[in-house]
Design a protein around this ligand. Structure first.
Ligand SMILES: [Zn+2]
Length: 894
């Protein structure tokens, strides 16, 4: 954990400022000089300190003797370079001695374009930084390719081989084979970079950029901040000890405004809530008091005078999450994790300061209802019901899943893989630790997985707690660790109820359908069937509502659309010819200034709808992509009904908006009542372009590789969220009536942006301004289409949400079931069409079992489940009611 107060100050004379600060703060300091200033500057700073009577030495090579003297106080401060390779930044672990770090200038790297100084790692940094400045997509793509090639090839080379290539370029010597190819790549990249930087507009953009600077005319160098160096160096002041993590202090003396801006911006990736405070005497005293208090504690602990309040401060705990990527993401929050294998399960070990955590993944549900006992897995007993669960088994060959206690696959005879081994591994770890923390996803499914694990581990551990976080970030995890709670049994009961209901209705109703149509691959369901009904209905209506659509472009470029009934081809062509020759009359033009507000941020249904509309992504794929983005820590939990924005969310947006367009464009909005859940939003003020750069640079290392589709969805979520926190836009709205032949056509649209707001990130489509009078027709386009078009997946989900049928966790599942059963198919344009099979099955269910599959029944049941969740009704009562109802289905004729 980083427990460091970050401060900055601007100084005209950096060296004087260093001396003044050291005098104020005393011994136990580390002074870091930016890498670009070099060894001479290290010496200069040390001399200035010495001249003021401070005991100081330079530290440029690892020397135990110097450290020992520093520890004893014979040296008050050490001076060295701020770079992750510098011994002063990496090798020092003296928690009782190091009190503060002073950066004599912002840690930064200068990148030369000289081919003789070519380094692939630096070329990558430069390319990624210049990507924002090129004007065409083609050049952006070229940059991506150079970055990818440089990373790949230099990763295959040893350091001395890179050295040799650079030397041979200097000597003008041509190399052969693989390293010859790499040599070509280096030369090509260097030439490309030089060409880019010779362009006037790019040089201007660099000069205008708040982050980058360029120095020198004939041999230009680009200056970029060194985030890794800063983190490594400042980290020396805050170390782990038996009582937790000690408080540290880092002061940056700003010698370059741009490098400092860049440093703060990139730090946001590493530390979500990084905050630099301007240095003041009072603040400095306050922090150093805390620093010294911790040093005092460390010394007492070292001397064996253990203070009672620190005895149990570091607890060991097992943290169980659902997915391996989530486990890996969390493990990386606190430096490099220790990794071990247990029963084929990966366990990460890390220290958060308050906890030593063993982190592992349950890989989804561990238990499921059996099928062979009781009534489809539920045993009736004296008027109550006991659901019987067993571990989930999987056949690798058939990819089938079973819950009954069997060992061999009933289809192929292979030995099944049993999720019981996860429980075995968890038991082993539980025995070693003080407590178990359940960190599964924050919904009913996650609660049930957690409850199962808690039941299984209860005999092996003293304490089991649930922690809940809606984003996989360090900040959220630390917050959650501070607020552990008990497992919410009501949520668990609601999930059990849902599972039983699914199972019973699935087995019984599906059984009827299967018998009726003599096909084992058919199914029915409470949510599935009404949704199928909508699609069947819409498919029919869509066929009946085919009309001719005419798009008429006027000479003033205004486009208007008019719809007429189905017309024979010859007649239609005649009409179009006539239209093309005609003159229209624009009447009644009205224009007014309107204020338009942005749409709210995404909840699950809106995200699915927009991803389907704009990115042409199916709902199943969107959910998978969103799951990945959540698990690697980029977005908040993606199964949510809420559009609420938390304080942290508002701050993220504000940071981004202020940075990009200025304060006046920010307008924080909460969008909803205080509650546990939140909208889907990014976890950092980093847009998709910047994210791609940081990944290319290796600054961001995610637990999973992102594809262009992941980035496209992230971009959609990011822009929508930022827009929702931006000022309204002032637009001119135009309404006009146009006489076309014998028709009166209405036209509506925005013609002008008077004052931009959210439109900066979500552009609006503008139409031309028109005035009353005659205008000729320029062009006519025609197509035949239904006025009630086929549904997209996104539209169906909107109806589900509006009607209260299905929940964020089931939206995608329902549609994919309908598609798998071939009740519904997707057109090439991703529209949903009900098949003949779908219609037949639906008609049968509607006529025979309407009572069980009607919208009303489904909605009522969903509401009852919500009430179980909120503890308002007893889940056993609902099960009893369902049971008698299902029995009626069982008795009905197929
Ligand atoms: Zn099998």
């Amino acid at each position: 954990v980083r427990k460091i107060a970050d401060m900055y100050t601007k100084a005209s004379n950096v060296v004087d400022q260093v001396v003044e600060l050291v005098k104020e703060l005393g011994g136990g300091g580390l002074i870091y000089v930016p890498m670009d200033k070099g060894a001479a500057y290290v010496k200069k700073v040390a001399e200035a300190l010495e001249a003021s009577g401070i005991k100081v030495t330079t530290y440029e090579r690892t020397k135990g003797k110097i450290l020992e003297k520093y520890r004893k106080g014979e040296y008050e401060v050490l001076v060295g370079i701020a770079s992750y390779r510098s011994p002063l930044a990496r090798g020092i672990d003296l928690p009782e001695r190091v009190r503060y770090a002073i950066f004599a200038g912002v840690p930064k790297i200068k990148i030369s374009l000289d081919i003789e100084e070519f380094r692939p790692s630096r070329a990558i940094i430069l390319l990624a930084n210049l990507r924002d400045f090129v004007e065409t997509q083609k050049e952006a793509d070229m940059i991506d390719k150079y970055i990818a090639d440089l990373r790949r090839f230099s990763g295959m080379l040893r350091r001395d081989e890179v050295e040799r290539i650079v030397e041979s370029i200097k000597a003008g010597e041509k190399l052969e084979g693989f390293i010859g190819r790499v040599q070509e790549l280096f030369i090509e990249t260097a030439n490309f970079l030089r060409e880019l930087l010779s362009r006037e507009n790019i040089r201007r953009k660099i000069k205008e950029s708040p982050y980058l600077s360029i120095e020198g005319e004939d041999k230009p160098v680009i200056v970029v901040p060194d985030v890794v160096g800063f983190l490594q160096a400042s980290g020396r002041t805050s170390r782990m000890y038996a009582g937790g993590v000690s408080k540290g202090l880092a002061i940056v003396i700003v010698d370059s405004e741009k490098a400092f801006n860049g440093l703060v911006r990139e730090l946001k990736w590493y530390i979500e809530d990084v905050k630099f405070i301007e240095l003041s005497r009072e603040k400095l005293r306050e922090v150093i008091r805390e620093v010294d208090k911790d040093r005092e504690t460390i010394r007492k602990l070292r001397e064996g005078r253990v203070l009672p309040e620190f005895k149990d401060i570091v607890k060991t705990a097992l943290l169980v999450v659902e997915s391996p990527s989530k486990a890996r993401t969390i493990a990386r929050f606190f430096g490099k994790p220790f990794k071990r294998e247990l029963n084929g399960i990966t366990v990460f070990e890390i220290s958060t300061g308050d906890y030593i955590l063993s982190i592992t993944a349950s890989m989804g549900h561990i238990f499921d209802l059996v099928t062979r006992e009781g009534f489809h897995g539920v045993r009736p007993l004296n008027g109550t019901f006991i659901p019987v669960y067993s571990t989930i088994k999987r056949c690798r060959a058939c990819n089938e899943q079973f819950s009954d206690p069997i060992e061999k696959c009933p289809f192929c005879g292979r030995t099944l893989e049993d999720k019981g081994k996860v429980i075995q591994a968890l038991k082993e770890i539980a025995k070693e630790v003080d407590m178990v923390l359940i960190g599964t996803d924050a919904d009913a499914e996650g609660e049930k997985i957690g409850w199962d694990i808690a039941q299984a581990l209860a005999p092996y551990t003293g304490e089991i707690k649930r922690i809940e976080f809606h984003e996989v970030t360090r900040r959220a995890l630390i917050e959650a660790l501070k607020n552990p709670r008990d497992i919410n049994i009501k949520l668990v009961e609601a999930q059990i109820l849902r599972r039983i209901e699914d199972r019973w209705i699935g087995f019984e109703l599906s059984g009827k359908v299967q018998d009726k149509f003599k096909r084992r691959d058919l199914s029915a369901g409470r949510v599935q069937t009404p949704v199928l009904g909508w699609i069947v209905e819409r498919t029919k209506k869509s066929r009946e509502s085919l009309m001719e659509h005419l798009e008429i472009t006027l000479e003033n470029n205004l486009k208007i659309t008019h719809i007429i009934p189905k017309t024979k081809k010859r007649e239609l062509n005649k009409l179009i010819e006539k239209l093309k020759e005609s003159t229209c009359k624009i009447l009644n033009v009205k224009r007014e200034e309107v204020e338009v507000n942005p749409p709210p941020p995404f909840s699950t249904d809106a995200m699915l709808r927009e991803a389907s509309r704009r990115l042409r992504l199916g709902v199943k794929e969107t959910m998978t992509l969103a799951q990945d983005l959540f698990e690697v820590g980029l977005i908040t939990y993606h199964r949510t009904d809420s559009i609420r924005v938390s304080g942290i969310g508002m701050k993220i947006a504000k940071d981004y908006i202020n940075d990009k367009w200025g304060e006046k464009y920010a307008k924080p909005r909460t969008w909803g009542k205080e509650g546990a859940h939140e909208c889907i939003r990014p976890t950092r003020p980093i847009d998709a372009g910047r994210l791609r750069n940081l990944i290319a640079l290796g600054v961001i290392r995610l637990a999973k590789r992102l594809t262009p589709r992941h980035l496209a969805l992230y971009n959609l979520i990011f822009n929508r969220f930022i827009a929702s926190q931006m000022a309204p836009a002032k637009l001119v709205k135009q309404e006009a009536e146009i006489q076309v032949l014998e028709w009166r056509v209405k036209s509506e649209g925005y013609t002008k942006i008077i004052k931009p707001g959210f439109t900066l990130i979500q552009p609006v489509h503008l139409v031309p301004e028109v005035k009353p009078g005659n205008v000729k027709v320029k062009d006519v386009k025609h197509w035949r289409a239904p006025t009630l078009p086929l549904f997209t997946e996104g539209e169906v989900i909107k109806i589900m949400k509006d009607k209260g049928i299905g929940r964020p966790s089931t939206y995608a599942k329902i549609l994919s079931t309908l598609l798998e059963r071939r009740y519904v198919i997707l057109t090439p344009r991703r529209k949903l069409v009900a098949t003949k099979l779908g219609k037949t099955v639906y008609d049968y269910l509607k006529s025979s079992f309407e009572k069980y599959v009607s919208e009303d029944t489904t909605r009522k049941l969903e509401r009852m489940m919500d009430e179980v969740e909120q503890g308002r009704i007893d889940y056993m009562d609902v099960i009893r009611e369902l049971h008698s109802e299902i029995k009626q289905i069982a008795m009905a004729e197929a």
